[in-house]
Design a binder for this molecule. Structure first.
Ligand SMILES: Nc1ncnc2c1ncn2[C@@H]1O[C@H](COP(=O)(O)OP(=O)(O)OP(=O)(O)O)[C@@H](O)[C@H]1O
Ligand SMILES: [Mg+2]
Length: 219
């Protein structure tokens, strides 16, 4: 078995209090290994985004542990969580969240600079990533000068900027047409196998889930 990248043990998570309490997770556990690709499926409101935010340390479980490469993020402070997120986890949202005033290349370079990589190396790596998502020649385009599918490909490249051990995606194809979903998935799955990252995607799209190793259904 490959190395364990994400290990969630017995988490509980609820929102609200008293009569209004909503229990989203009760004693939930999940282990993901290096190179695995997993789809997170389930009805709207079943807790997919909540789980992804917990894994990224953007939200906290009420109890239980969440380990990324053996480090329990529930025991880290805000700065330590931010650093772990920047270096170990690549996140892609439904809406690309690229910085509008930066070019495609600069958007990919930024997380590497924040992690302390020197500029020349960060630019070299970002150019290579743009090539891997088939966007050579678009280095200097800002997000509004790119198509929806191209923006999502820049978002994948940005997520890979610091060579993370896992890629976490929340409905990354929610805004793309059928043809672009297929292109996106082909590129993504190539990237996953080249870099041997663990992939976890929340999705409603069977064109996405059918390409993954296994599916996890939340109720
Ligand atoms: N900050 C919050 N405060 C209160 N309730 C919340 C909060 N975040 C999420 N919830 C509730 O928790 C439940 C799970 O939400 P979540 O966003 O994880 O669902 P989801 O599976 O991602 O749904 P979708 O497919 O629509 O994106 C929902 O009922 C939601 O209303
Ligand atoms: Mg969601």
């Amino acid at each position: 078995m490959n190395k364990e990248i994400i290990s969630i043990e017995n988490i509980d998570k609820s929102f609200g209090e008293g009569d209004e309490i909503l229990q989203v997770f009760k004693n939930f556990s999940l282990n993901l290994h290096q190179g695995e690709s997993i789809g997170l499926v389930g009805a709207s409101g079943s807790g997919k985004s909540t789980l992804l935010h917990i894994i990224c340390g953007l939200d906290r479980p009420d109890s239980g542990s969440v380990k990324i490469q053996g480090i329990d993020i529930t025991e880290l402070n805000y700065d330590e969580r931010s650093e772990l997120r920047n270096t170990e986890i690549g996140f892609v949202y439904q809406f690309h969240h690229l910085l509008p005033e930066l070019t495609a290349l600069e958007n990919i370079v930024l997380p590497a600079l924040l992690a302390g990589t020197n500029q020349a190396e960060a630019i070299k790596n970002a150019s290579l990533l743009l090539e891997q998502v088939n966007l050579s020649g678009k280095e200097n385009n800002t997000p509004n000068e790119l198509s929806g599918g191209e923006r999502q490909r820049v978002a994948i490249a940005r997520a890979m900027s610091n060579n993370p051990s896992c890629l976490i995606m929340d409905e990354p194809t929610g805004n793309l047409d059928t043809k672009n979903v297929e292109n996106f998935m082909t590129l993504l799955m190539d990237m996953v196998s080249i870099k041997n990252v663990t992939l976890l995607i929340a999705t409603h799209d069977t064109k996405v889930s059918s390409r993954l190793d296994r599916l996890l259904s939340l109720e």
